[in-house]
Design a protein around this ligand. Sequence first.
Ligand code: ZN
Length: 413
Amino acid sequence: MKQAFQYKLLLNTNQRQEIDRWLDMLRHQYNYLLAERYSWWKYNRSDCVIPQGEFCQIACTIGSQVLRNNPDWHSQSAKLPQLKKERPWYKDIYSQVLQDCVKRVKLAFDRYVKGDNKGKRSGKPRFKNKNRYRTLTYPQAKDNWIIGNKIKLPKLGLIKYICHRPIPQGFKIKTASITKKADGYYLTLITEDQTVPEFKPDIVPTEDNSLAIDLGLEKLYFDSNGNFVLPQKHLRKAESKMAKLQRKLADNSRSKKAKKLIRRAIARFHQKITRARQQWHYEEAKKLSLQAQVIFIEDLKIANLRRKNKLKNIDGKYIENGQCRKAGLNKSFSDCAIAQFVEILQHQAQKLGTKIIKVNPRNTSQVCWNCLNKVPKSLSDRWHQCDNCNESIDRDFNSSLLIKKLGLGVVSV
Ligand SMILES: [Zn+2]
């Protein structure tokens, strides 16, 4: 079983400057390697300009450039010794940390070109500015690096951290990373205990040991026992304070230094909201996981829900597409962070031995759970009123009851 632990680092000025310097160098190297990969594409492709009515020639020349090999992880990491010769200050970085930078380029590129292990492709890798390159990783950390409440990192030396929770016995440290956040520097240790297997509960869901939840915006979830949790709209509540800070930032009469301070205040405020939301999600997920042995949830595609409305245009003019209203809805989706909640729920359930089963969400809001009669509703209709069997309940309650039935395999819609 793998588990991550995060600790706050207590750095002195020298250490902070050294980490910043490393991050800067690594970022330059990252951008250089990324540029190398893009330039290969550029020079090994022909700009194919096809006049109308003609076909693309299959054989064409590729400028005056000599064909190069496609840069990959091997060729790029083989160039590191050369880099250290030309730029001796790169010798200051621990060699494995530098190699990890090459791996990050490879990962970013592979996810863009081929997709991850589920085949999902990410966007085009970007060149990183200071705010986007914040982590350095020691890919092969050792257990004996930890000495009391200090960690001995090669080439950085002994670094103090706040050990609010010791690493449990039996867990071996795999990697160590340092991340720069809005309120300081953090150490993340990925640990593994090979004697503890990944938990795969083998429970047969029944009427009594299972629970279904309907996730939503108006309520975080509505379970099939009739309980619900209202969302704490952290971001919305904090909106006016945030707007005030943003207005301060937009005021150009302020000095550069003052603006820097405001920017930092905004970053910390965002961090505070995120942490409060995460804490709340963990608490709710734990409560849920303890209630039943099997939990049915909808298999939602959050990215699709958040998608922008399509632009409609007739004769070159844009007509109304409801994007303004959709934007408000999207903001609520982000604020509620359903995807995060689902992830945390799965994580907590695994720890507590609860099985999560995903159910196809198709028609779960429209069909009556009792008689399977279709009752069409729009998003604003919050009540389920069935004319067929006279069922009259909250629409989310109806959904959760139906999800339970679907999960148990009693019915299909
Ligand atoms: Zn009905």
